[in-house]
Design a protein around this ligand. Structure first.
Ligand code: GLC
Length: 716
């Protein structure tokens, strides 16, 4: 019999005790990283007793090999383990956080960094990553926006596809592949008031049209596992939501992979108030379609009793076990449980290539928010005052969820600038700490600024001020950083602000007073070199905001793809949708990002102008580099359905194209739009496309004043 074949799995199932079946549904942390409550207990004892199916937060070739050896040689059935880890934006080589990478608007980049991450993670024995994170995020108070691809559904869907391709490759038995895990299904980003784990208030239409599509894109791309969110939809926790997991994802979408709960999430059905005890929680989750219990001890403590009480039938339980065994077979683990043995070792040449990729990804993720002409710095300054609490730190460059990244491997801004300008004097002064109250260091920093030729002021958040459980109710600069900034601005010296953060911040006064502002998110391993490349113009910044950037926290939630309302903004008339004390528009709109050159758009063409629901629409536009240096333009294509049976958003992104242009060069940029991509969902979640006028827009961002427009007609 072929090991891993269906007949092999059937034979295994028939020979398994109930405890061994439940054991395959049990995933425990090995404790290297703790991201939730609970204690894994003696997971090796559980393994030897046949009560463990997968282990996470455990990597390193020898360490994984030893545990896998016990699984294969010291358990009754010798079923190998899956080893999982949060390889979100890199394993050893750390790339920009996902929100930063999203700013590159570059599917090839997203796939490439996931591929490198998988190679590195698989070389250390891992077989599953709990990524990509696909939660559309419209509230920057929510810390996990840092892990997301931002506020847009279409962009997050493309991100999903690229990351699944990168992590999984085209053959899971390839020892460099990782099982991807699309998370967190779904609507987690709508956490009330941006507070992590809070209830998610979402209409069914918004759930279907905004939050679900990226997961559908991941499933269509062949993702082999999914993770339900901690949050609820309409009061039903996603971990117990059979309508979504079983009926929609497995039933309608045809997903046949593994559903892995979030950390302790099954047991948390009790505090959610939908289960009276661990038995009910286990039954609810298993019946809803959750195969694996991550760190909840719910299945091992509650499923036997649930079967005895008739809350769960054995067929349902065995179907879950079969999916676990099938995924292990897809990974080739029954044939070669030590698959990493075949994996290329990380030699120095590979490591250098990966760091080079991190440097390129970093530079492409940086968004130039403001530039009065100070940048690029053409000649190496004699003396650079590199100020601020983020000027000379390696740790903070990791960002949240930093995989197996090591602090010592990170290139700080200080190191990066010293490598960029080796003959310059680069002097650092933190001035203040990131969130402390001590302002005694400001004077020293100001002193240095006065004598410098260039001031680079590195401000922002600490890496753990975003990410999981990293929500903030205030979105200004933490601590006394703004006082440092004001004191430095008061010197009259031209200041470049470098902003490291995991979200959009409400820092309008800072941006108004700076000569130039570079948004650097958390750039990972090559942060300092990526910054140097952009500061000098070696790389012309091309990053664009994947989120709306607010004037002030009072505007939140703020996103471009909003409904028009019956009283859209009118500055001249009181009784329209606006604030008395603040503009409606964000400080920077979705898609905003400056370059060291300028681009002009002309000659929008759309064909056919009358189309059918199954048509593809050809769109072209002439883009000219009207500046003095080469640059890369990200061309965005939106649509609007101005009259429909439901109110449709004023804009929706449905296409992106890149154009690299020399000074003075014009290119005709082409995009294809599938008519189906302009549909919305009906009550049953089915796509609807109604005859009538559709408006096509093309331009550099969601700022409507900058967009070229053409009308087309759906005729049938
Ligand atoms: C965490 C996160 C989830 C992560 C898991 C394992 O609580 O919600 O995104 O994959 O636990 O670390």
């Amino acid at each position: 019999m072929i090991r891993g074949s269906d007949s092999h799995i059937d034979t295994l199932l028939r020979s398994m005790t109930l405890d061994e079946k439940i054991g395959q549904l049990n995933m425990l942390t090995a404790g290297l990283v703790i991201t939730g409550p609970g204690d894994p207990g003696d997971y090796m004892a559980a393994l030897r007793a046949g009560r463990l199916g997968s282990l996470f937060n455990w990597f390193g070739w020898d360490k994984v090999h030893e545990v896998q050896r016990v699984a294969v040689e010291e358990t009754r059935l010798g079923i190998p383990l899956i080893f999982g880890y949060d390889v979100i934006h890199g394993h050893r080589t750390i790339f920009p956080i996902s929100l930063g990478e999203a700013a590159a608007f570059d599917e090839a980049l997203w796939e490439a960094t996931a591929r490198i991450s998988a190679v590195e993670a698989a070389a250390e024995g891992l077989t599953m990553t709990f990524a990509p994170m696909l939660d559309v995020s419209r509230d920057p108070r929510w810390g996990r926006i840092a892990e997301s691809a931002g506020e847009d559904t279409w962009l997050t869907s493309r991100f999903a596809e690229a990351k699944v391709r990168g992590f999984q490759g085209d053959d899971l038995t390839n020892p460099t592949s990782l099982v991807g895990c699309a998370k967190h299904l779904a609507g987690y980003g709508a956490a009330l008031a941006g507070r992590d784990y809070a209830q998610a208030e979402i209409s069914e239409r918004t759930f279907n049209d905004v939050y679900l599509p990226p997961f559908h894109a991941a499933v269509r791309s062949g993702v082999r596992s999914l993770m339900p969110a901690f949050s609820d939809f309409e009061g039903v926790p996603m971990t117990a939501n059979g309508l979504i997991i079983n009926d929609l994802v497995r039933g309608k979408w045809g997903f046949d992979g593994l559903v892995v709960s979030d950390y302790n999430a099954i047991a948390e059905l009790i505090p959610h108030g939908v289960a009276a005890d661990i038995v009910e929680a286990a039954a609810l989750a298993l019946n809803a379609g959750v195969d694996v219990d991550m760190m909840g001890h719910a299945y091992t403590r509650g499923l036997s009793a649930a079967v005895q009480r008739g809350l769960v039938d054995m067929g349902t339980l065995e179907a879950a076990v079969r999916r676990v065994l099938k995924l292990k077979a897809e990974l080739g683990l029954f044939d070669d449980p030590y698959r990493a043995a075949a994996v290329q070792r990380m030699n120095d040449k590979t490591r250098l290539e990966h760091r080079k990729a991190a440097r390129q990804a970093g530079a492409r993720s940086i968004v130039l928010l403001k530039n009065s002409g100070l940048l690029p710095v053409k000649a190496a300054p004699h003396c650079v005052a590199l100020l601020g609490p983020l000027a000379d730190t390696q740790a903070e460059m990791l960002g949240p969820w930093s995989g197996a990244g090591r602090v010592e491997d990170m290139v700080s801004f200080a190191t990066g600038l010293r490598d960029t300008w080796p003959k310059s004097e680069i002097i650092t002064r933190p001035g203040v700490t990131i969130d402390g109250d001590d302002v005694s260091g400001i004077a020293d920093a100001v002193e240095l600024a006065r004598s410098a030729d260039l001031v680079v002021l590195c401000l922002g958040e600490a890496r753990m001020m975003s990410g999981e459980a990293g929500s903030r109710a205030r979105l200004g600069l933490p601590g006394r950083q703004m006082e440092l900034a004001n004191a430095v601005f008061a010197t009259g010296k031209p200041v470049v602000v470098v902003l490291s953060c995991g979200r959009a911040l409400a820092v309008t006064p800072l941006i108004e007073r700076a000569e130039a502002v570079l948004l650097t998110w958390y750039l990972g391993s090559e942060a300092g070199h990526a910054l140097g490349d952009v500061l000098t113009g070696a790389v012309n910044p091309s990053g664009r905001l994947p989120i709306s950037w607010p004037v002030d926290i009072g505007q939140i939630p703020i996103f471009y793809s909003r409904l028009p309302t019956g009283r859209p903004f009118d500055a001249k008339f009181r009784y329209t949708s606006k604030y008395l004390d603040m503009p409606n528009d964000p400080l920077f709109t979705f898609g905003f990002g400056l370059s060291y050159t300028r681009f002009a758009y002309a000659n929008l063409k759309v064909s056919p102008t009358e189309f059918n629901a199954d048509d593809e629409i050809d769109i072209s536009v002439d883009v000219t580099n009207s500046g003095a240096v080469a640059g890369e333009e990200t061309v965005m294509q939106f649509f609007r359905d101005p009259v429909a049976s439901v109110s449709r958003p004023v804009l929706q992104l449905t296409g992106v194209a890149k154009a690299r242009l020399a000074p003075g060069e014009t290119k005709t940029v082409k995009l294809k739009l599938r008519a189906r991509d302009m549909s919305f969902s009906d009550r049953d979640g089915n796509p609807v496309l109604e005859p009538g006028v559709f408006q096509i827009f093309v331009g550099p961002s969601a700022r409507e004043a900058d967009l070229l427009k053409a009308d087309i007609m759906l005729v049938g």
